[in-house]
Design a protein around this ligand. Structure first.
Ligand SMILES: [Zn+2]
Length: 298
């Protein structure tokens, strides 16, 4: 179960990993906490009459396309996008925004879905939200709270039969080390690095908090699924400029130089060894041991 704040986040964070597990036969569910109603149109080609006035519908259509590209199922949790408050000081969040929903109320909604879908593994964002959008921070809080509460019969007793997910991960997409690897390659070739602006931003963030690579416990080899990731991103046509930085580095170069996606194991209820290369490490093994034990008894 991959928990995300807005439609398009599932296609930019850990997307190829979800596509890989889905292709290998795992049941993958993307949970989108808000409808992305307050996302502005970031693709000039889509900034045309008739799009913004039916933005909710448009984002649902885009999400359906993206889920199809990744080969995953998707569920809306039904909260309202808080928007990214801009200004100094930032304006108050609009009434009814997801980030203003009491934590217990939002957690109960996610717990209900966890108890229904019964995931072994959940993914979400770290305490900084990956980037400081109030809905991303809230996504972190709600996912951690739901991971803790779903298996406890005392918590949210009206939200279904308890189910205990086994591992919780944070997505870590924006690594300085990864960008520097690409920047080096461009320097070797003698071309200007097309993501320089983005690199500068990530470098500034890393100077403050350190590169997120130091937090990574788990790298998933998923280069084969990068084309699906890009198709899913492009499906969010109002949000993603196909001529923008996200698509600037050739796929072949990404697959060759950085064929993985990165995660941090934040909670586990099974034994596992770090570094990991599988989100289900320790779970499939435990299953096999259990099966063998049953066979031995018979
Ligand atoms: Zn988002």
């Amino acid at each position: 179960m991959a928990v995300h704040a807005h439609p398009d986040d599932e296609s930019s964070k850990g997307a190829a990993t979800t596509a890989k597990y889905a292709a290998e036969g795992d049941d993958v569910l993307v949970v989108t906490l808000t409808g992305g109603e307050r996302g502005s149109i970031l693709n000039p080609a889509m900034d045309i009459p008739g799009v913004l006035d039916r933005i909710e519908e448009v984002r649902r259509e885009e999400m359906a396309e993206a889920a199809k590209a990744l080969g995953v199922r998707q569920h809306w949790l039904g909260f309202r996008d808080s928007g990214l408050p801009e200004g100094d000081p930032p304006p108050p969040l609009p009434e009814g925004s997801f980030a203003l929903v009491p934590l217990d109320e939002a957690t109960e909604a996610l717990v209900r879905l966890v108890r229904e879908f019964r995931p072994h593994v959940m993914t979400t964002y770290d305490e900084n939200g990956g980037y400081p959008h109030p809905d991303h921070i809230m996504c972190h809080k709600v996912s951690v709270a739901a991971f803790e509460a779903a298996g406890d019969p005392e918590r949210f007793p009206d939200a279904g039969e308890p189910w205990t997910p086994l591992k919780l991960y944070y997505d870590h997409g924006f690594s300085l080390q990864r960008l520097l690897t690409f920047a080096d390659e461009y320097e070797k070739i003698g071309d200007p690095f097309p993501m320089q602006e983005f690199l500068d931003r990530i470098r500034a963030a890393a100077a403050e908090r350190g590169d997120i690579m130091t937090r990574v416990t788990t790298q998933i080899e998923c280069a084969k699924y990068f084309p699906q990731r890009d198709d899913a991103l492009r499906a969010h046509a109002t949000q993603i400029d196909p001529n923008g930085a996200f698509f600037a580095i050739p796929l072949e170069m990404q697959q060759r130089l950085w064929p993985t996606e990165e995660f941090e194991l934040a909670r586990t209820r099974v034994r596992t060894e770090i570094p990991e290369h599988d989100l289900f490490a320790g779970i499939r093994e435990a299953d096999e041991t259990a099966t063998t034990a049953v066979e031995d008894e018979s």
